[in-house]
Design a protein around this ligand. Structure first.
Ligand SMILES: [Zn+2]
Length: 292
């Protein structure tokens, strides 16, 4: 196979557009670290729920998989999404590069379309058994906090990156829209998984604009109907429009059980165990369902 070397498309995009792409990883890391520190401090000051586990039992593996995923995406994929979108703009790929829209309208449409696409992708990852095997590792976290927002199986990350590249090409998404979307998603994912307490009235208003922590926590409930609701990451509208919205967990935010039936032993929060979860069935869960 004649795979393009990682830097080639980036270099091509840099040369063709005059945008220097080489600083992108550093800018992203600084942004991730900044938002992470702010939310982690917020969690320490105003937590929503008591932790079931100390941070040291979960954070090394949750952050370890982020590092692993970041390295593997750079290594295995020939381009970043933004560089790919720049190339698409130059070559006139996709819908938005062929219709004559004002620039601002194309950018807004692209961000909305990308957000709808990841909502739909999330629904599909819950509905198709083989994809759920990959995605359930994200749900197997027994507490939910800022680190849960970045804890995804490596294969899920690679698969969704490939889908994203295909979507960007088909849509003809402007590079600036892709950059804005990725930065937004990164920040909102950390925010909506956060174990932070917001005043109830403020949450009610805010969740018309963005997915709030209380709204997304419902999605991490062990109760199946609650897991299969609130799929949105950024905009709460898709859940409301498409009938997957659920306002609150039945047991309440403090008493609800976080996680899934499988993989509930503390040892499953280790990085090596997390990575093999898609290929294993948890014996305890099998026994539990055999008994009922
Ligand atoms: Zn999910």
């Amino acid at each position: 196979m004649n795979r393009v070397k990682p830097s080639n498309i980036d270099e091509k995009a840099t040369a063709m557009t005059g945008h220097d792409m080489s600083n992108e990883p550093l800018i992203r890391f600084a942004f991730f670290a900044g938002v992470f520190v702010v939310i982690a401090a917020w969690e320490a000051m105003a937590p929503r729920r008591d932790r079931q586990f100390p941070r040291r039992a979960r954070w090394p593996a949750n952050l370890g998989i982020v590092a692993l995923n970041t390295a593997l995406v750079r290594l295995l994929l020939p381009t970043t999404a933004v560089a790919f979108a720049l190339l698409g703009e130059q070559r006139g790929w996709g819908l938005l590069n062929t219709v004559d829209l004002p620039r601002w309208a194309a950018v807004i449409l692209a961000v909305l379309a990308l957000d709808l696409a990841i909502y739909l992708q999330h629904v599909v990852f819950h509905a198709v058994p083989v994809l759920w095997r990959l995605h359930r590792m994200h749900h197997a976290d027994l507490d939910i906090d800022v680190t849960t927002g970045a804890r995804f199986h490596t294969i899920e990350i690679l698969a969704s990156m490939v889908l994203k590249l295909a979507g960007i090409a088909a849509l003809g998404a402007p590079a600036i829209a892709v950059l804005a979307f990725e930065i937004l998603l990164n920040a909102t994912s950390m925010f909506n998984h956060a174990n932070i307490r917001l005043p109830a009235g403020f949450d009610r208003v805010l969740r018309w604009l963005v997915v709030t922590p209380d709204m997304h926590r419902v999605h991490h409930s062990i109760v199946r109907q609650e897991t299969n609701s609130n799929f949105g990451f950024n905009l709460p509208w898709w859940d409301r429009l498409l009938g997957t919205y659920r306002a609150q967990p039945a047991a309440g935010h403090k008493a609800m059980t976080i996680g899934i039936e499988q993989f509930r032993s503390p040892g499953e929060q280790r990085l090596d165990r997390m990575l093999t979860q898609p290929f294993r069935n948890d014996a305890a869960a099998t026994n539990r369902s055999a008994l009922t």
